[in-house]
Ligand binder design. Structure first.
Ligand code: PMP
Length: 420
């Protein structure tokens, strides 16, 4: 007999052990009901254990659990593809499924390289794209995601992100700077004709909850068109209604990506991810070049179908917009009471609160103290940002007005407890 424990490589943000959960609430084995403003890092879009998602998954379990999609096709995946198609940007009519965000990110890079026969991928500072070695290479949201296991994948180059608050500029100046630096990268180090893709999130997630300015995305689109570069939008965290539009990039009017990546919120907690692209582009990956044992799992796909139904029936994209406004308004009212809050920003139900010290420098200690102080206030939150100085709030799309008000009150109590 031997005993095992969980790896110390897992870093727990809270000591909570879940007994059960429902909607916006997690009931711990400590008997406490916590308001969950983490949603499993932006995953449980329809809330925990939405009855329609639970039923769909249970019913699918009785039919077939694992119908390996390169061996036999199954109905839930065909249905999910139909339903997802109703939301995909014009022309992105072909979908490939995997399990996690990281895998889908890798699939998009594989496709972009195969399609263009070019090696380089340009990413933007603070982007988070996953934990596998290739996805970690593409990630610049913190050295903790890639330090210590080099060599990483080749051909990845980082350009600045228009982080207006950090530079102390207005948005237009930050965008002009970041586009100028991108052009300089093209002139100095990475030839555009050797560049397969730009990879960017519509809202930086783990990198600090920073909405990507529409003018920056438009600048990328323009350069992508000019040089035959593929624009990949990583909607893993910002997609599926979270920002108050179905996709985060829809805040940039008229913007169409070449490849869109989705995961997380698409199936309310069941592991499934996808990339979507025009068939003409997708066809440049030869048959068999993408695949996987569990990708597009039948139970996860059934949960995905139910998730999209619930989002439509319960008007959850609109709810995300309205409750998101409530959240940002509430946080903006709190901010002046605490000099340690340097910036409050977000889009829909993605809010970032950036903490600074007396010299205006990033203050990770304050952010961690607030996140920890929220736990006894029965509010679960997470930190993020390369400097660790941002607290992020990611409620479920089903969050009610009252729950949001409770969350804001509890957050204020945590700020007071941690910062005085
Ligand atoms: N892209 C983005 C934008 C993400 O937020 C994440 C996860 N936080 C990933 C990719 C990676 O997804 P996964 O953890 O499912 O591999």
């Amino acid at each position: 007999m031997s005993s095992a424990t969980l790896s110390p490589a897992l870093k727990q943000a809270t000591p909570v052990v879940v007994d059960h959960a429902k909607g916006s609430w997690i009931h711990g084995t400590d008997g406490i009901d916590y308001l969950d403003f983490t949603t499993g890092i932006g995953v449980t879009s329809t809330g925990h254990c939405h009855p329609k998602v639970v039923t769909a998954a249970q019913e699918q379990c009785g039919k077939i659990i694992h119908a390996q999609y390169t061996t036999v096709m199954h109905k839930p995946l065909l249905e999910l593809t139909d339903k997802l198609g109703e939301h995909l940007p014009a022309g992105l009519d072909s979908v490939f499924y995997a399990n996690s965000g990281s895998e889908a990110v890798e699939a998009s890079v594989r496709l972009a390289r195969m399609a263009t026969e070019r090696p380089n991928i340009v990413v933007f500072q603070g982007g988070f794209h996953g934990r596998t070695v290739a996805a970690a290479t593409l990630t610049t949201a913190g050295t903790k995601f890639s330090a210590g296991f080099s060599p990483l994948m080749g051909g990845v180059h980082m350009a600045p992100f228009p982080y207006a608050y950090r530079y102390g500029w207005d948005e237009a100046t930050a965008v002009a700077f970041a586009l100028r630096e991108l052009d300089y990268l093209f002139a100095s180090r990475v030839a555009p004709n050797d560049t397969a893709a730009f990879l960017i999130e519509p809202v930086l997630g783990d990198g600090g909850y920073l909405p990507t300015p529409p003018a920056f995305l438009a600048g990328l689109r323009e350069r992508a068109d000019k040089h035959g570069i593929i624009l990949i939008l990583d909607e893993v965290q910002a997609g599926v209604g979270r920002t108050g539009k179905f996709w985060g990039h829809q805040h940039s009017e008229g913007l169409i990506p070449d490849i869109l990546i989705t995961a997380k919120g698409i199936a309310s907690g069941f592991p499934i991810s996808a990339i979507a692209a025009p068939t003409s582009l997708m066809a440049k990956a030869w048959p068999g070049s993408q695949g996987g044992t569990y990708g597009g799992n039948a139970v996860a796909a059934a949960a995905g179908v139910a998730t999209l139904q619930v989002i439509a029936e319960e008007n959850l994209v609109e709810n995300a917009r309205i409750r998101g406004d409530q959240m940002l308004r509430g946080l903006s009212e709190l901010a002046p009471k605490f000099p340690q809050i340097g910036d409050v920003r977000g889009l829909g139900l993605m809010a970032g609160i950036e903490f600074i010290d007396g010299d205006g420098k990033p203050d990770a200690v304050a952010a961690a103290a607030v996140q920890q102080a929220a736990i006894p206030e029965k509010l679960l939150t997470l930190t993020c940002g390369p400097m660790g100085n941002v607290v992020r709030l990611i409620p479920a799309l089903v969050v009610t007005e009252e729950e949001m008000a409770t969350g804001l009150n509890r957050f204020e109590a945590a700020l007071t407890a941690a910062l005085g």
